[in-house]
Design a protein around this ligand. Structure first.
Ligand SMILES: Cc1cc2nc3c(=O)[nH]c(=O)nc-3n(C[C@H](O)[C@H](O)[C@H](O)COP(=O)(O)O)c2cc1C
Length: 341
């Protein structure tokens, strides 16, 4: 169990926000396989205030998509309070503020991870959030800006001072992006320094690595990001592993195919056939990680436009007795395979 403010979650595993990925279909697939608390895609305060159509769509949800976290990106108090005014008309359980995004076009605007260099400013922005909502506010930070400035402990104390109820930390610096070793020691230091729940992230790619994160950092929860791409079973599998110490069986090709079809249908129903099929293409790649001789089919999947064409390719993935999917062996997905944000 995990408690953030007065909200209690039935699991300590959380689906991390994934820009360009964690739309409603992806969240529903993850929830189907045991995810109990998911985040929507990161939302820019500016785009929200200008009522950008795509941004407003990111707020779409359904009752079974709860509990749900919304994550905001910004660096200006007025925009933050304006965004909250609009957001308060929607239903969600947690509001998170992003001080972790490493992308240059974000940090050059003083947003995301660049706020790690300005802990007082971050505290001010978090106070604005806390004052403008009734739901618990959290922040997401990184271990620091680069290896000469590992200041997560200091940033966490400033953040806690604002009245937030929880802190997410990705154990890499902004400079590391998504590569290199995760710094478990810094996460543990942050956990020991503050009195609010700490949810850790970074290489949460398998039940074993997630257990390692709990064991080495003492964190209260773990945020799962790339580990769930093409592998929504990671939620159920990890719960099982943490409970019994036994690794759940590997998924066979038929189960993966059945999940792909379910995901494709959700994408197409929710986004409309053309957009849904286009968005599903990257999931085709992730679901088929580790499949033999898959490249020609992936190339085909990137060309098709209709659901029936995509179904034809999925149907070609006929079952074989030997071919199984091992998410742990698959390793982290290169970020270039993901949508950039
Ligand atoms: C494609 C992609 C999109 C992401 N989008 C967001 C985002 O919108 N907000 C956020 O806080 N983190 C975002 N992240 C970071 C993840 O939530 C997570 O912190 C990071 O990937 C580390 O976890 P992992 O090593 O287990 O993948 C994104 C990561 C990737 C790869």
């Amino acid at each position: 169990m995990l408690k953030i403010g007065d909200v209690t979650f039935s699991s300590r595993l959380i689906m991390a926000p994934l820009s360009g990925i964690s739309d409603l279909p992806f969240r529903m697939i993850s929830r189907f396989f045991g995810c109990k608390f998911a985040f929507s895609e990161m939302i820019s305060c500016r785009s929200l205030i200008s009522r950008n159509k795509n941004t407003l769509e990111m707020l779409s949800t359904i009752p079974s998509d709860m509990p749900l976290g919304i994550q905001l990106l910004g660096n200006d108090s007025e925009y933050v309070s304006g965004a909250m005014e609009l957001l308060n008309k929607y239903t969600f359980d947690i509001i998170d503020f992003n001080a972790a995004c490493p992308v240059s076009k974000v940090t050059s605007r003083g947003e995301g991870a660049s706020l790690l260099k300005e802990p007082r400013r971050l505290r001010k922005l978090l106070r604005v959030l806390v004052e403008n909502t009734d739901v618990p506010v959290t922040v997401k930070i990184r271990s620091g800006w680069d290896n000469t400035c590992i200041n997560a402990g200091e940033v966490a104390l400033y953040a806690q001072d604002s009245g937030i109820k929880g802190l997410f930390i990705h154990g890499r610096t902004r400079e590391q992006g998504y590569k290199g070793l995760v710094d478990y020691r810094v996460i543990r230091e942050v956990k020991e320094a503050i009195g609010i729940p700490v949810i850790a992230g970074g290489d949460a790619l398998s039940p074993q690595l997630i257990k390692k994160m709990f064991d080495e950092t003492g964190c209260d929860g773990v945020a799962i990001a790339r580990g769930s791409l093409g592998n929504p079973w990671i939620f159920d599998d990890t719960e099982e592993f943490l409970r019994s110490g036994v690794m759940p069986r590997r998924r066979c090709r038929d189960e993966i195919i059945a999940t792909m079809i379910m995901h494709l249908n959700l994408c197409s129903d929710y986004h409309g056939e053309m957009t849904g099929v286009k968005l599903f293409r990257k999931f085709f790649v992730w679901y088929t990680k580790g499949f033999d001789n898959i490249n020609p089919m992936r190339e085909k999947a990137f060309r098709v436009k209709t659901k029936s064409q995509m179904m034809e390719i999925i149907n070609e993935l006929t079952a074989t007795k030997t071919d199984v999917f091992d998410p742990a062996a698959a390793g982290p997905l290169p970020v270039k395979e993901c949508i950039s944000y």
